[in-house]
Design a protein around this ligand. Structure first.
Ligand SMILES: Nc1ncnc2c1ncn2[C@@H]1O[C@H](COP(=O)(O)OP(=O)(O)OP(=O)(O)O)[C@@H](O)[C@H]1O
Length: 962
């Protein structure tokens, strides 16, 4: 029962229930502001949805091909916005579009031609005959192709544009070429409307660092960059008070982790200052700790993340970092699968000081079975020993004390020694016992137990029946599995504990404002020759992330337009819901069935595969394969999985005998891990930790993974997302290499073309009529302004001559095209500046007058502040208030002078009420200060007048207290 919410996907943000929500404001619209005007004028908008088929020469982006519904907006050079019109080359004026191919031939314009190899090459059309065209390619060859193989190329002036939105012809080769062109010049970042595309350079590019950060912060550049994304998130958080998230997606090796680090670097620089600097530094240091423990080398990436993470940066009201929180998504096993294991093992073996090595009985990495199974012990260009020192420094920064560090390293060494424990057959049934060698002795010593206890636990686990415990020997396979399960439990618990320590050290504390920016970096999509349970989990997480991307950039965007009654044509996109159903459906989804089989004693990996095949064939994303294999058609490509090991990995249960062993160990951390694990699974009414008492559904790796993933997604749902799509340009991890097909496949996966299409025809800025009228309404000077927000919004748009094709009025919101809000903001700023200027002069004038009055009214300033309170109240009857004196001065100026003179006597001051004395004293002191400034000619400092006065006021109060 309690599990139920866990099974639900993240909730959709609240949406209005129906379309029929015409606000009353619309009815009460004044005569002079016609909605029809705004909407009607959209008729003349070169809007994609309104354009009749054939209006444009390029149909579906090809010459002379019937446009499909999906492609209605596809390859049009006319995005519908004026900006597009501005960048639209002269050659594609509407009159020329009637016979495009003829036009392209006549003007000798370039086209993209798809070669039989599937690659695209530039060329010019020489002639046509029927559906065939003769094309002269840039390579010098002339080939005959079908018209459908031709796509219009963009003019040179659009080569390498920053934002794909600016392309006149939006088609795959145009996008690919544009990105390639930029990539070859080390411009690794480009924009696809609201999405930043980051192509992994696989080398150092000189676009980071303090100067660059300053340039983006001061808005001196608007080139696409991660800094620009982080800057926008920061600004939006500060101005709108809405939490933000930066969501980084891409395949394994595409550069997500590096991109996340760049974004973190920017936020850290922005949020530094006062105590923020310490926090910022500590947050940055967490990268090397988490990478050491959570990353490993795979064939795709030398530094592949084996876990997902969401880092929340918390900010104070002043915009300083006041803490952070890291959430992780399950670490995938990398101990016994033959790949290079987690970096930290190699770093420890290479970099531990000799005394530590001695204490841990450490040997070289090559001597440990968990490390020497793969061919790779070292990574080119990576100095593990140096990394170890950096790791220790980072642990110090996040306040992991030396004692805990020693415990951590002991447990890491224990894991390595556990892997070296071997077994000997003792009977014909291949039952085994543990070989009593140095591995078991040292492992036991590091864990803080006796080797006898460890040996016993490793070969004779108890199986708890309903009444009696049966003791039996394990077979070799079972013993190895038990040993690996123990090692994995220790490592995973250590990782979780470390994240906990980091979170404690970065804790936000009391200054929590609720303002945060989260950065999501999860393990990227993986497809190897052999894919197992880990890959399935990772790829499932990527499907979920893709769904989030789709929801925000396609579904919600379009849904909002529809609900608000906008004139809108849907852009189709590749929805991955079917694939998610394949994983999440109950009872016949991959995860549910996997769980069911895991709880069935007689099930094995083959029966699992058969079960999948029996129930999932109807899902179009599932493909049946031979034996224990099956394929899934992921959004990022088809992956072949082998169910071998699925059940064992999913069960993820530590045999009960190990709980007994671990809780009796002297190592404090091991006791802690065990008690936590027991607490998690214990039923409240049951004090024992017998395996029967464990809720099996809670202890499955698949369900845990799903739960953690949903938690992350829920968190993301409550923030404004900023997307970064990372692209892996080649499979060799080399700089300067751009594999067109690989890039194209990734661009397709992340729906870049569709995002650009939506952005071109869309209205990225949306504000409710209330917000819009509230923000810009004061710019209108007219007396008879409409009162309702909708009419006021229209009045504003009209007053500032926003072209009708640049906005749409919805039932509840104003929708504006790119660039429109900036010009309105500009006007708002100018007017505000003017208002502030007037206020400044007025306030200055008033302060001067006040000061003059006070100056004239103060008879004498005591040289000794103590004198102020002296004898207060004496001669109270003769006391004159300040006002009285001022009035007197006004009516009899000469009298005032006389008073002033007289006032120089100390006795007169004393009779003033103490409050007024202070007021005068403060003002006079402030005034003197100001006069001195004037005399010195330092006019600029005058602007600090108010703050100085405050300081003086404080001085006055202090004096009073004294
Ligand atoms: N901006 C960059 N500048 C220089 N090198 C980069 C950049 N981005 C990525 N790289 C290189 O690419 C490698 C892989 O990047 P990264 O580890 O960030 O990929 P990933 O997408 O996080 O992969 P995974 O999903 O497997 O963790 C890095 O180790 C680094 O060498």
């Amino acid at each position: 029962m309690g599990e139920k919410p866990k099974e639900l996907p993240p909730a959709l943000p609240a949406r209005p229930p129906s379309k029929a929500r015409l606000p009353s404001a619309r009815r009460s619209m004044p005569n002079n502001f016609r909605v029809e005007n705004a909407e009607g004028s959209l008729e003349c908008l070169p809007s994609l949805n309104k354009r009749k088929e054939g209006d444009l020469g390029f149909k579906a982006g090809h010459f002379g091909v019937k446009k499909t519904e999906n492609d209605q907006t596809v390859e049009s050079p006319y995005g519908g916005s004026l900006e597009d019109c501005r960048t639209r080359p002269e050659k594609i004026a509407k009159s020329d579009c009637d016979d495009n191919i003829g036009y392209f031939i006549k003007k000798k314009l370039c086209v993209w031609c798809r070669l039989p190899s599937g690659l695209w090459e530039l060329g010019t059309i020489q002639s046509t005959s029927g559906d065939a065209a003769l094309v002269s390619l840039s390579s010098g060859n002339v080939i005959k192709v079908h018209r459908v193989e031709l796509l219009p190329a963009n003019p040179d002036v659009l080569e390498g544009v920053d934002d794909l939105i600016q392309l006149s012809y939006l088609n795959e080769p145009a996008v690919l070429y544009n990105l390639q062109c930029r990539y070859s010049q080390d411009m690794i970042y480009s924009k696809a409307g609201p999405v930043l595309i980051a192509i992994n350079p696989f080398k150092d590019v000189q676009i980071y660092g303090k100067d660059s950060i300053r340039a983006y912060r001061q808005k001196l550049t608007d080139k696409p960059h991660v800094y620009a994304v982080a800057d926008a998130a920061y600004d939006e958080m500060m101005t709108d008070d809405v939490n933000q998230s930066i969501i980084i997606s891409g395949e394994s090796g595409a550069g997500k982790t590096e991109t996340a680090k760049v974004a973190m670097q920017y936020l850290a620089a922005l949020g530094s200052g006062s105590c923020g600097t310490e926090h910022a530094n500590a947050i940055l240091q967490t990268n090397c700790i988490l990478e050491a423990f959570g990353n490993a080398k795979t064939s795709r990436n030398q530094n592949a993340s084996r876990f997902g993470k969401l880092i929340e940066f918390h900010f104070s009201t002043a915009g300083r970092i006041c803490g952070a929180f890291i959430q992780t998504c399950k670490l995938v096993a990398q101990l016994e699968n033959g790949e290079r294991s987690y970096h930290v093992f190699y770093q420890l073996c290479a970099g531990a000081p000799s005394t530590l090595k001695e204490r841990l009985n450490l040997k070289r990495a090559s001597e440990y079975k968990y490390l020497n199974q793969s061919d790779c012990l070292e990574i080119d260009g990576v100095d593990d020993a140096r990394k170890f020192h950096i790791l220790v420094e980072a642990l110090d920064v996040v306040h992991v004390c030396k004692e805990d560090q020693e415990h951590m390293f002991s447990l890491l060494a224990a894991v390595l020694w556990l892997g070296n424990i071997s077994f000997r057959a003792i009977d014909n049934e291949k039952h085994v016992e543990v070989l009593a060698d140095e591995a078991v002795t040292i492992a036991a010593m590091l864990m803080g137990c006796s080797s006898q206890e460890l040996m016993l636990s490793l070969s004779t686990p108890e199986i708890h029946g309903s009444k009696d415990s049966i003791v039996k020997r394990l077979t070799l396979r079972q013993a190895i599995d038990a040993r690996d399960a123990l090692a994995k439990f220790i490592y995973v618990s250590l990782f979780d504990w470390l994240v906990e320590q980091i979170n404690k050290s970065l804790a936000v504390g009391k200054c929590r404002t609720g303002r945060s920016i989260s950065i999501l970096d999860i393990h990227g999509f993986e497809s190897f020759q052999k894919n197992s349970f880990e890959q399935m989990c990772i790829n499932y997480a990527n499907e979920r992330l893709q769904q989030h991307f789709n929801r925000h950039l396609f579904k919600l965007e379009q849904e909002e337009c529809e609900l608000d009654g906008l004139d809108w044509t849907k852009v189709d996109f590749q929805d991955n819901q079917e694939c998610l159903n394949l994983f999440e459906k109950k009872p016949f989804g991959l995860l549910s069935m996997l769980d069911e089989e895991s709880n069935f004693p007689k099930a094995n990996d083959l029966t699992l595969a058969n079960k999948f095949k029996q129930h999932l064939n109807a899902n179009s994303c599932f493909k049946e394969e031979k034996g224990s294999t099956f394929s899934i058609r992921h959004h990022a490509g088809e992956v072949l999985y082998d169910t071998s090991g699925f059940l064992k990995k999913n069960r993820d249960r530590l045999p009960s005998v190990f709980f007994q062993l671990l809780s009796s160990c002297r190592c404090r951390l091991l006791q802690l891990f065990t008690s936590k694990e027991l607490k998690q699974f214990q039923k409240p009414e049951n004090d024992s930790y017998q395996i029967d008492a464990l809720d099996p559904s809670k202890s499955s790796a698949g369900i845990d993974f799903k739960g953690q993933l949903f938690k992350l997604m829920h968190q993301l749902e409550s923030s404004k997302p900023h997307f970064i799509s990372c692209i892996r340009p080649n499979s060799k991890q080399l700089p300067g290499m751009y594999e067109v097909n690989l890039v194209l496949q990734q661009l397709r996966c992340c729906g870049v073309l569709e995002v650009v299409r939506i952005s071109r025809s869309g209205y990225p800025t949306r504000m409710t009529h209330q917000e819009f009228a509230g923000r810009y309404g004061f710019l209108l000077l007219e007396d008879d302004l409409p009162q309702d927000p909708l009419s006021l919004s229209i009045a504003i748009l009209k007053r500032f001559s926003v072209l009708p094709e640049m906005y749409q009025i919805g039932y509840t919101k104003v929708f504006l095209r790119t660039g429109q809000i900036a010009s309105l903001e500009d006007k708002r700023k100018k007017v505000l500046r003017g208002i502030i200027g007037v206020q400044k002069y007025f306030r200055g004038h008033r302060a001067r007058c006040h000061f003059d009055q006070l100056k004239e009214g103060v008879p004498k300033i005591p040289s000794n502040a103590d004198g102020l309170g002296e004898n207060t109240g004496r001669k109270a009857g003769s006391c004159e208030t300040l006002d009285e004196r001022q009035n007197l001065k006004k009516s009899h100026p000469e009298n005032g002078k006389a008073k002033r003179k007289a006032g120089r006597k100390m006795s007169e001051v004393k009779v003033l009420p103490i409050k007024i004395c202070h007021q005068i004293w403060q003002s006079f002191k402030g005034g003197c200060f100001r006069l001195r400034q004037l005399w010195c000619g330092r006019r600029r400092k005058m602007l600090n007048y108010r703050s100085n006065c405050n300081n003086l006021k404080q001085d006055g109060q202090n004096m009073n207290q004294r």
